[in-house]
Design a protein around this ligand. Structure first.
Ligand code: AMP
Length: 315
């Protein structure tokens, strides 16, 4: 569940053209999950408008084979939009138009019928951005909704994805993240995010914070340095092979999340899921944009995925 936005970015070949696509953290994860694990049912829960961009966005979801039965339509609001500008030194800056976006009204659509439909799924993923965009007075009903999902056996998956500009205060963000972590079965957490918010410097510190909220399965992403995992108290540190030419780190963590969860939904061991996820993220950062052309990540995983499954069958 999250917000997908219209993404505009300056064209690398023309100063006067803009390239348009669609992106958003949980949406990006859904796309990479579905692309890499075609037999997994993946739906996106969001609200779009009834405008031209919204209609195109919905077609975009369909073209990624995502289920759209939980894509609601707001009669008057439009989708959010952001611009990625790259200056002459390659430094990127972001400008957002999302304060009145349709996705912010998601809680008004989360009724009992939606709850019952969602209980047929294994997992429900949301992020710090999904919470941040919900008006503060609607967060209690949101947390009650996901609590009810959890009580019906759906695993809750949370990535804090802290974006300071979306929160009114550090205290508000911390309180919401702590509540989300306490409810989560799986936490996929970037060290950089938590460093900024909780003043934590290392993967171990972030792991300790997640453990203090009794999260069963924790994945701590620390860029090219390493990934630290724990499943029911069993810790593992995974080595990441750094990519020599990073083009654009947008959605590295999102791609990682999608592929990791896809692997876990196939009951693959944590270390295999991390190696596939890291390979996917390492591929995405060698291309521009959040969603890279179809087929690229899938091709890099082809060998890993098959050999993973083969070794599972023989061990
Ligand atoms: P981050 O959100 O920065 O921790 O990145 C998410 C994931 O992307 C990491 O866990 C790595 O698997 C991958 N990643 C990020 N930066 C690099 C890099 N420079 N080289 C290789 N993989 C990377």
């Amino acid at each position: 569940m999250g917000e997908c936005m219209v993404e505009l970015r300056t064209d690398e070949y023309s100063a006067t053209s803009l390239h348009q696509s669609f992106a958003g953290d949980v949406y990006n994860s859904a796309v990479y999950l579905k692309r890499c694990f075609d037999d997994v049912f993946v739906g996106f829960v969001t609200v779009t408008g009834d405008d031209t961009f919204s209609h195109r966005m919905r077609k975009g979801f369909e073209s990624e084979s995502l289920d759209t039965s939980m894509v609601f339509t707001h009669p008057t609001r439009a989708t959010g939009l952001y611009l990625i500008d790259t200056d002459d030194d390659g430094e990127r800056s972001f400008t957002y138009w999302r304060s009145e976006s349709a996705a912010k009204t998601i809680v008004s659509f989360l009724n009992v019928d939606v709850l019952n439909s969602l209980t047929s799924n294994d997992m429900f993923m949301f992020s710090g951005i999904s919470i941040a965009i919900i008006p503060p007075d609607e967060r209690v009903p949101f947390f009650n909704f996901i609590k009810a999902l959890k009580n019906k056996g759906v695993k809750l998956v949370f990535d804090p994805n802290y974006r300071a500009r979306l929160w009114t205060s550090l205290a508000d963000a911390k309180a919401n993240f702590e509540q989300a972590l306490s409810l989560s079965d799986i936490a996929l957490v970037g060290v950089e995010d938590m460093g900024e918010l909780f003043g934590l410097a290392s993967s171990d510190d972030v792991m300790e914070l997640c453990q203090s909220h009794s999260v069963d399965e924790v994945v701590i992403k620390n860029g090219p340095s390493s990934v630290l995992t724990s499943l029911n108290g069993k810790y593992e540190e995974h080595v990441i092979t750094p990519v020599s030419k990073v083009v654009d780190t947008t959605s590295a963590g999102d791609a990682f999340n999608g592929v990791y969860l896809g692997g876990r939904l196939q009951n693959l061991p944590i270390s295999h899921c991390v190696s596939m996820a890291a390979k996917a993220a390492g591929t995405v950062i060698q291309h521009r944009g959040a969603i890279i052309p179809k087929g690229v990540v899938e091709a890099t995983l082809e060998g890993v995925h098959k050999s993973t499954l083969a070794s599972d069958l023989t061990t």
